[in-house]
Ligand binder design. Sequence first.
Ligand SMILES: NC(=O)c1ccc[n+]([C@@H]2O[C@H](COP(=O)([O-])OP(=O)(O)OC[C@H]3O[C@@H](n4cnc5c(N)ncnc54)[C@H](O)[C@@H]3O)[C@@H](O)[C@H]2O)c1
Length: 381
Amino acid sequence: MQRDLKFALVGAGFIGRSHALAIHAVNRTFPSVPIGAKAHILAELDEGRARRAAAELGFDRWTTSWEEAVDEADAVVIAVPSFMHRAIALRTLEQGKPLLCEKPVGLAVGEAAELHAAAVRTGAPNAVGFTYVRQPVVQHARQIVRSGALGRVLHLRGRHAEDYLADPAVPHSWRLNAATAGRYGALGDLGYHIIAMLRMICGPVAGLSGVTRTVHATRPDPASGGQPRVVDNEDYAAAVLRFANGAVGTVEASRIAAGRKMDIAFEITCERGTIAFDGERMNELEVFEIGQNQAEQGFRRILANPAHPFYAGFLPAPGHQLGFNDLKTIELAMFLKAIAEGKSAEPDLSDALRISRICEALLDSAESGRWIENPEDYAGK
Ligand SMILES: NC(=O)c1ccc[n+]([C@@H]2O[C@H](COP(=O)([O-])OP(=O)(O)OC[C@H]3O[C@@H](n4cnc5c(N)ncnc54)[C@H](O)[C@@H]3O)[C@@H](O)[C@H]2O)c1
């Protein structure tokens, strides 16, 4: 072991808890990772939450000051709502400390650009919590496409759909408020993930045209006894895409897709076959290869197994299945390995900036009806 890093975790809500479990699991799951992760200090909003979460999640100390947590730690995980990302990330990067920041990285493109610039200036290693790109079968799909075994990518479709806001009676929350979640709704929450996945497999996006819809324009506000409060961002977003490698396709994000719980999915059609993935069956990949005997033609279902990246850290036997929290352990393992090599881990703040620009371009295109070239370099309207 090169050294131990004392981690600060800022925010112990939904995703903060997964990060905490990963900090404890990473060195036992991946003993070859050359840096140790220690659960040192946990920051939460108030004393009760901080004390309870630190005890439950096995941290040495707790605080209600994220500044104290950043200053005291060797490395920082940011797991708070988007409007808090910028300040915490800047303080971490300015101290040259490794930073693992949750997506979408700030409220808007400007903040993502500022954080990327700070990381470049200070050289602080960084990574962004694009959880789903870590799935062993998705990494395997990337290897198949990048190897050229199925030929060039012709067309593809990607989708991340969930139904946590399908019911109009679900109350207003920070995710629906421009001041706390920024301009992106379903895009910022879900679209970021599927765009990150498609980019990782197929490379940069070269052009797009977007469409969005906010179906439930108001929601009951718990702060005012359930009075209707305006929803600031979209429930559904979609785009037609052209990739730099010539492939064309579609991507969509929905937070109102009744019945869908974790429908992060893609289908990539290549010259000699097709690869399909469905996040509700995250341990499976479907592959079809042209040239099979017609009587037996069909997709092969490949179960996640130790030959796929990272799987063997968890299990020696094929088909025994990983879960969501395991993806955060993989994410941290990749990050610690990158830190040991003095690098950032993909997807990092530069990828997050490019994905932010794609989302900004998609929203502007939806408003104007314009096709936008080179959205990864998009400078705004
Ligand atoms: N990568 C993923 O799969 C994934 C999944 C869910 C959420 N996220 C991202 O993670 C972030 C947090 O989302 P969440 O769902 O965990 O939210 P959440 O509301 O469940 O939890 C946020 C936590 O942050 C705490 N918090 C808020 N302000 C704080 C402050 N100033 N200091 C310390 N703690 C503070 C809150 O008390 C809360 O416990 C968002 O950016 C979201 O987009 C990522």
